[in-house]
Each structure stands twice: as structure tokens, then as C-alpha cells.
Design a binder for this molecule. Sequence first.
Ligand SMILES: Cc1cc2nc3c(=O)[nH]c(=O)nc-3n(C[C@H](O)[C@H](O)[C@H](O)COP(=O)(O)OP(=O)(O)OC[C@H]3O[C@@H](n4cnc5c(N)ncnc54)[C@H](O)[C@@H]3O)c2cc1C
Length: 384
Amino acid sequence: MEKTAEVVIIGGGIIGVSIAYHLALKKAGRILLLEKGQLGEGSTSRCVGGIRTQFSTEINIRFSLESLKTFKRFKEEFGINPEFKEVGYLFLATTESEMDVFKKNVMLQKKFNIPVEFLNPSEISQRWPYLRMDDILGGTFCPKDGYAGPSEVLSGFVAGAKREGVKIYEGKEVTKILSAEGKIQGVKTKDEEVSAPVVVNAGGPYAASIGEMVGVQIPVKPLRRQIFITAPFRLSAQTIPLVIDFHRGWYFRQEIDGLLLSGPLDSEPSFNLNTDYEAMAEASENAMYRVPVLEKARIARGWAGLYEITPDHHAVLGKVPEVEGFILANGFSGHGFQHSPAVGKLIAELIVDGDAKTIDISSLSIERFEKGDLILEPMTAFKE
Ligand SMILES: Cc1cc2nc3c(=O)[nH]c(=O)nc-3n(C[C@H](O)[C@H](O)[C@H](O)COP(=O)(O)OP(=O)(O)OC[C@H]3O[C@@H](n4cnc5c(N)ncnc54)[C@H](O)[C@@H]3O)c2cc1C
């Protein structure tokens, strides 16, 4: 392995490889990406690929719109089809307070020219007749939302980064970050050392333990989310959107011939990657409640992955005041996949130009937690 680099990236998930690619595009010098296992083996391989513009904060909407540009031209830029399916996202409200939040969200989203519609119950039941409607007060739908393939997008970034000269190593766990007088000096693996003035933490759910290597407390906790897939099931001849039953924190969408059902999100942090019967039962009950015909469906398989959650469910991005050269790209909750193109671009701008120019990321700095400047969302019931 190389002994020196301009930038070392810790973590070969979608965030690390996007940063590597964008740094290389900006000719940032020798870039080294170190992954402890295999590329994408963390949250990225367990992600369900959702891409939406229907966010409730300006910063997340800006990240989505910027990232969408990459998803739309992905094939031309990377030579790989990202399998982006614009099936739309349908959010369903069952309480008056949810309706108020949805109305505020739509007003905000329309400011960004997002083609989101506010729908009443009869419009919803006409378009998606398989949904149980007796408790639905309304919903929002954006036809431009959808989902893409995490492994396709990962492969695109990896191929692009390698083509631009990034050195990528698998099976290389960073065990120590070297620093002196408040400045990054490099990293150590079990048997090698690399000196570098800039180290990027792209460790996903492991962000906090990587921060500890250099004495920085990063408030990112791993929370397990389980996902279940039904055996082949024909629900409708029409395109099925990704439907979010907001109150229940539950969603479903098509997955090849079957349906993908979200299971619960744990409330206690852990690195547990098992699926369990209770979660499968909960996912099935939510499914049969909202889509009664699914009582005829059968769960075929499932998996679990880790969300990386911060206290305000927004990412932690950028420099760390106490350690020069240590850059954070962490805490993406359940939307790090869809925001990975923008994150890569912004972190590359920050490292090479000294500032993220495309989007102002100062509100996502780690200092907000100490200052109490948390980003408030109108309602946090649903965390994709
Ligand atoms: C069930 C589930 C569904 C999801 N659905 C969506 C969705 O629909 N849409 C969406 O946008 N997002 C979704 N997400 C979130 C998304 O998967 C993550 O936000 C995203 O994958 C984070 O990427 P990452 O690169 O930061 O982390 P990871 O993919 O976890 O990558 C981090 C990498 O760092 C490596 N690493 C850690 N420590 C070290 C070390 N010391 N040395 C070297 N390497 C190290 C790990 O092995 C890992 O490969 C979902 C997540 C889950 C769990």
C-alpha cells in the first residue's frame, strides 16, 4: 500500500466511494480509500434505494435536488445503468396534525418547483384502489421520486474513482488515526501506516468509533431497521409507488415480482444485524392493515441493516474545529444513499477549495450539537 497520500478516506460504502470519485474529478492528488471488509458491505448493501424530493427541511431538499442531477445522467457519466425507477412516493396522513405537516411540507417543496401534489382521500382511492382508506385524511404524491440500485450506483462510483486514479483497498481496517498538535498526520492499519494531512470519516454506523480514534465525540448511533420481501405477488397492473403510512412509520414498494415491506426501526442502538419474528409480524400486520389483499401474501425473506442516527436526524458534515484535516461525512439516517452524489461533491469542494460552494453545509457542522442549533423538522414520526 502507498505510504503517503493527500487524502485518506475511511470506509468504502456509498459515501466513501462518492467522495473518492468527486475528489479525483477535482484533481485532489493521491487519494486512498481503505475499507475494512468489502466495498459496500455496510449499510449500503442493506439499503432499499429510495430517492425522494419530499423532505421537510430545506437542506435535505437541496441535497436531493443536487443528487438527482447525478442519478439522471448516471449512465452517461459512469457507463452503468443505476436502475432508477421513477415510481413516485405517496405519503399518507391519518391525523389532522399530520395533514398540517404535509401542507407545510408541500408549500416548502413547491418553493423548489418540486412537482408534488396534495391529494384528497377520493383521489387517492381512485388511483390506488388497493389501499385501505377509512382512516386516510389525505396524502402527498411526487411522481419524480422513486428508487435505484445501491449496488449499481456503488459500482459506478467505484469504477469512476478507479478510472480517475483513486487507490482502493479492501480488507484494510484503520485502527488508529495519527495526529499531532491538533493536525491530522495519517492513519494506521494493523501492519501499515500512511501519512496524509486529510482523513475523511466515511465509516457509516462506525462513525463514532472512528471519531474516538482522534478524540472527537460524534453523536451518531447505529439503529437497526428490518426489511421483508414477499414471495411473488401481483398487487396491481399499474405502477406501484413507494407508499408511506406516515403514522405507522411503515412503507412498501414493489421489489421485482414481490413487495418490499419495511419492518420496525429499533429505538436502542446496537450493531445487531439479525431479523426476528416480532419484526416480521409487525411488518405483516402493517401491510395487511393498509393493503388488505396482502393477507394472501407470504414473506419469503428479510434482512436487517443499520441507520446512522444523529440527535436531529440530519447528517454531520464538514470540518472538526479541534482537529485540522479531519473531515466528517456521517449520520445520514435513512437517506445516505440518495444524498451520496451531493455529499461526495460537497466534501470534495470543502477539501480542495476550502469551502462547499454548491450548497451551504454550515448548518450540518458538528458544532451545532454543542451550540444547541439542532435542525428542527415539523414532525419526526417517519424516518426513512
Ligand atoms: C434497511 C435500510 C434501508 C435504507 N433505505 C434507504 C433508502 O431507501 N434510501 C436512502 O437514501 N438510504 C437508505 N438507507 C440508508 C443508507 O443505506 C445509508 O445512509 C448509506 O448506505 C450510508 O453509507 P455509508 O457509506 O455512510 O455507510 P456504509 O455503507 O455503512 O459504509 C461504511 C463503511 O465503512 C467501513 N468501515 C467502518 N469502520 C472502518 C475502519 N475502521 N476502517 C476501514 N473501514 C471501516 C465499513 O465496513 C463500511 O463498509 C437505508 C439503510 C438501511 C439500513
